[in-house]
Design a protein around this ligand. Structure first.
Ligand code: ATP
Ligand code: MG
Ligand code: FE
Length: 356
């Protein structure tokens, strides 16, 4: 199968061509991503109207560029896959309408893809891992632990009840006067800081439910920062290091419980079980190390796809389309509408905070 993928749910405009061979192996023929970081950084966050306009301006060129790099025309493509949620509605409309238009003009099937399914299945494209496995998605908009049982078969085990983890990094950075996006800035500052200077809260640690909470941490950072005046670079480094340590400890507890639950649910699996990480926060070396050690101590394999496939991209959307098609799932009707909220797990509650 050869699939054209389109991604426009947030602040990356992306197009890709991905192959799925008969043996289930994936191959990326082209993967083009245009980040809108520069357009949004002056505002300290993603501005929906600016994002939608930037998608409109860039998408056609990106699709052509992806097809040029893959050396294919629309006639060679078996299906179109476009993100239809969750995300910012303006951007989703741009990508999904473009996907529909191509599908209508070429007569090829359209797959309306859940962005989270794209993240969830990426490790099968990059590492060929088998079902079932656990996926931790940690990005600017999501913090979820998901059991991936099969294509179209997901169970959300945990989600954040307030801020997403990337959002906590971004807000903490803003509080400390560090640049946007906050994750890389906080990580850099933390590298020269003392992680034991501040004892920040570790919310929900010890609780049986697998959810996350990060807004209290942000408040504690604010209190720490305002209790010192003037704040030196060393103070900032110490706050960042202590912040990261609190997050490491929290993840260790929350994810550790998830790994135990997986063992209990799938005892005596022949293959070593895997924990897959996705989302921009996966770039953080300290958190990666925490997850790696945690996997080692629980007999799990730690799978971290290359960073450009952990953050938003269209290869994962094309791949999700390929997996759906190969699994015999029906394409979507051209009446399909984008959804700003769309939990991957149909039974998941949407009452929780930003449980998108
Ligand atoms: P989504 O809609 O999938 O949530 P997003 O654009 O919000 O998309 P990503 O692009 O996957 O998310 O990731 C961006 C987030 O990752 C930002 O919040 C950023 O601060 C965070 N991040 C990036 N690098 C690091 C790092 N080294 N450490 C911690 N966080 C990081
Ligand atoms: Mg992004
Ligand atoms: Fe994403």
């Amino acid at each position: 199968l050869r699939i054209l993928g389109i991604e426009t749910s947030c602040d990356e405009t992306a197009a890709a061509v991905v192959l799925r061979h008969h043996n289930g192996q994936g191959e990326i023929a082209a993967d083009v991503v245009l980040s809108q970081l520069d357009e949004h950084s002056a505002y300290g966050g993603v501005v929906p109207e600016i994002a939608a306009r930037a998608h409109v301006e860039a998408l056609d060129t990106l699709i052509k560029e992806a097809m040029r790099r893959a050396n294919v025309s629309l006639a060679d493509v078996d299906a179109i896959a476009a993100t239809s949620g969750p995300g910012l509605i303006g951007g989703l409309l741009v990508g999904l309408m473009t996907g529909k238009a191509i599908a209508r003009a070429t007569g090829k099937p359209l797959y309306a893809i859940n962005h989270l399914e794209g993240h969830a299945l990426t490790a099968r494209l990059t590492d060929g891992i088998a079902f079932p496995y656990l996926m931790l998605l940690v990005s600017g908009g999501h913090t979820q632990l998901i059991l991936v049982r099969g294509v179209d078969d997901y169970e959300r085990w945990g989600t954040t009840i307030d801020d997403a983890l990337g959002e906590a990094f971004d807000k903490t950075a803003k509080l400390l006067g560090l640049p946007y996006p906050g994750g890389p800035a906080v990580e850099k500052a933390a590298s020269s800081g003392n992680p034991d200077r501040f004892s920040f809260p570790r919310p929900l640690v010890g609780e049986a439910r697998l959810d996350f909470s990060f807004s209290g941490l942000k408040t504690a950072v604010r209190q720490a920062a305002t209790s010192i005046a003037p704040v030196s670079d060393q103070d900032i480094a110490d706050i960042c290091a202590s912040f990261q340590k609190a997050i490491s400890r929290t993840l260790k507890d929350r994810i550790g419980r998830g790994l135990q639950r997986f063992h209990a649910q799938f005892p005596g699996q022949a293959e070593q079980p895997a924990l897959v990480v996705a989302g921009g926060v996966a770039a953080n070396q300290a958190l990666r190390q925490t997850l790696h050690d945690l996997c080692d101590s629980h007999g799990f394999r730690f799978v971290a796809p290359p960073l450009q496939l952990c953050t938003d991209n269209a290869a994962m959307i094309a791949w999700a389309g390929a997996e759906r098609m190969a699994a015999g799932l029906k394409p979507d009707s051209l009446d399909v509408q984008p959804r700003s909220r769309w939990p991957l797990d149909a039974s998941a509650t949407t009452l929780l905070g930003s449980g998108k």
